[in-house]
Write a protein that binds this ligand. Structure first.
Ligand SMILES: [Zn+2]
Length: 221
């Protein structure tokens, strides 16, 4: 683990690197391992049954088995839950446009590369080689195996792109894979909480997820 990582740990729920001065909250996950959680993700951590270390101690002292009782932070959780988890993004799951897309400059296509867009197999390879795979692996360790889908879409540029959706009971993430100047690029394009926030095509679970976060297509039935 690098020194940088030690100074600014990543939130175990959203994977976001904490900012300097941001105070992480320590939790014990349901399997008893330590986890650092950012302020915005505390409600989700508590909903998943994670406990503050002092709560876990009092549990043990009382001889209680770990259960899903509401931790006493739930009132604070209710307050925080009213705030969007991602500034400006949370309630608009259909936002896929890229603000970074420059106008008036066509995307460069490497010579000899006929397919300017991204196919689902190419998108899965790009995802599996990205750091986002580790986000899926980390969440799977605490939340259990997710469901996942890959959907061919049109990027903001009009080029073919692929939207990947990975969903647990309490949280879901989406990534968009599109052709960048140096090959397929993977970026987080959305996240939310419950599966019913997702559109039906994104809930067509056509992928398998390995415990290390690797996505692969299901064999055709
Ligand atoms: Zn977080």
């Amino acid at each position: 683990m690098s020194e940088e990582t030690m100074t600014h740990p990543a939130c175990q729920v959203c994977g976001r690197r904490l900012l300097p001065g941001e105070r992480p909250t320590s939790y014990l996950t349901r399997d008893g391992s330590d986890a650092v959680v950012c302020e915005l993700c505390k409600p989700r951590a508590e909903a998943a049954g994670w406990l503050r270390p002092e709560e876990a101690d009092s549990h043990r002292a009382a001889g209680g088995a770990p259960d899903r009782r509401r931790p006493r932070g739930s009132m604070l959780g209710g307050i925080l839950a009213r705030r969007p988890a991602v500034p400006g993004g949370e309630d608009r799951a259909d936002v896929v446009s890229s603000p970074a897309a420059p106008t008036g400059r066509p995307p460069s296509t490497p010579p000899g590369d006929e397919t300017a867009g991204t196919t689902i197999p190419a998108a899965l390879v790009a995802f599996n080689f990205s750091d986002h795979r580790r986000t899926v692996a980390g969440l799977s360790r605490t939340l259990g195996p997710p469901r996942a889908s890959a959907l061919a879409i049109s990027a903001a540029s009009g080029d073919p792109a692929v939207r990947l959706t990975v969903a647990w009971e309490l949280t879901w993430y989406q990534w968009e894979v599109s052709q960048g100047s140096r090959g397929p690029e993977v970026r987080e394009s959305g996240k939310g909480e419950t599966i019913d926030q997702l559109r039906a095509p994104d809930r067509t679970w056509n992928l398998m997820v390995d415990s290390d976060g690797t996505l692969q297509q299901r064999a055709a039935a």
